[in-house]
Design a protein around this ligand. Structure first.
Ligand SMILES: [Zn+2]
Length: 340
């Protein structure tokens, strides 16, 4: 057993860090960089256990009272800091708190550990206030930054951290993680894993929000355009977005994802059109539905549909009105799918 067995799919980071622990060469500042939902925070918690544990040897997950306190997030020598709920930025007060915690002596362990999640959400002022802590760390301090956008971090911060890269997860790993998350229909789990782009977090959200079922439902009707009324379909999609989130910003995020999945569906159709087989497809379960349109449309028209989906997504990015974008999109798809 090694310390990081609980983190699937990050063997390289796990081996590097296990070696540092073994040789007692753990640094004072780390940057865990990689997409959301690839295990960065979980890995940081496992590292915190290893640093604060009373036992020298792994496994730390079941062991002592220290490890249990880390798991329950009430260890006095560990803090997890992140932007407050609904807030985009980590404030300078939060950054100062991080410095303060790392300067105080540990209460009951040999170390003090602070995990700063999504550290790229610090503005320059907040980031600058951390510099002194990074330049002259207390001997017991360990600061772990996580980020899915490490390029947005100040170079002065980034250059003072040891960087560990977190790779996208394989669909098999995502599926294993999903199967531990409770009961969902197998074909939805398999789809969520394939559609996740290596992010278990994305797949879990998609399953738990019911967005996969909604996607498959909407997709079936988009394929039926122009038989479906484009305006009614746009209205229903908007109504569904409102059930997911009352605020506009999370609705946009969900709509971006819904459109991304539609692009994947039309790519699947294009692959079928070019003689691909069902196993190659994201929408392997929907292959019969997809065939109906693959048979009917030319390659050119399919490419135009994919292009119009990308255009709609860019318009959403630029804060265009969602109903308007969807009405235009579905009208356009309807006319492209109209019998030529
Ligand atoms: Zn322990």
């Amino acid at each position: 057993l090694t310390t990081f067995d609980a983190v699937l799919g990050q063997d390289q980071a796990g081996q590097l860090m296990a070696m540092a622990l073994e040789k007692n060469r753990v640094g004072h500042a780390y940057l865990f960089a990689g997409a959301d939902g690839t295990g960065k925070t979980l890995f940081a918690m496992e590292l915190a256990k290893a640093l604060l544990c009373r036992n020298d040897q792994p496994p730390h997950s079941i062991g002592c009272s220290e490890c249990r306190m880390v798991s329950e997030d009430n260890h006095p020598d560990l803090s997890l800091v992140q932007a407050e709920e609904g807030k985009r930025f980590i404030t300078i007060d939060q950054a100062r708190k991080v410095s303060h915690m790392l300067s105080r002596r540990p209460v009951q362990s040999a170390r003090r550990v602070v995990i700063l999640r999504d550290a790229d959400r610090m503005n320059d002022e907040a980031a600058n206030s951390l510099l002194k802590t990074l330049e002259e760390p207390a001997p017991y301090a360990v600061l772990i930054l996580t980020s899915s956008r490490p390029r947005n971090l100040l170079e002065t911060i980034r250059s003072r951290c040891q960087e560990l890269r977190f790779a996208p997860l394989s669909p098999e790993h995502v599926q294993t993680i999903l199967s531990r998350q409770g009961e969902h229909e197998a074909h939805l789990v398999a789809f969520a894993a394939r559609a996740s782009q290596g992010s278990a977090g994305r797949a879990i959200n998609a399953l738990e929000s019911g967005s996969i079922e909604s996607h498959l439902d909407i997709l079936g009707r988009v394929i039926d355009l122009p038989k479906e009324d484009p305006f009614a379909l746009a209205g229903e999609l908007i109504a569904w977005l409102k059930t997911i989130a009352p605020k506009l910003e999370p609705q946009r995020v969900q709509l971006r994802e819904t459109i991304r999945l539609m692009v994947c569906a039309y790519r699947d159709i294009l692959m079928l059109h070019e003689g691909g087989t069902a196993e190659d497809l994201l929408h392997a379960d929907q292959v019969d539905t997809l065939y109906t349109i693959a048979d009917r449309l030319s390659r050119e028209r399919l490419l135009l549909i994919i292009e119009s989906l990308w255009t709609a997504r860019r318009q959403i990015d630029r804060n265009a009105s969602m109903p308007l974008v969807l009405e235009n999109l579905f009208t356009r798809i309807g006319s492209l799918q109209h019998a030529a």
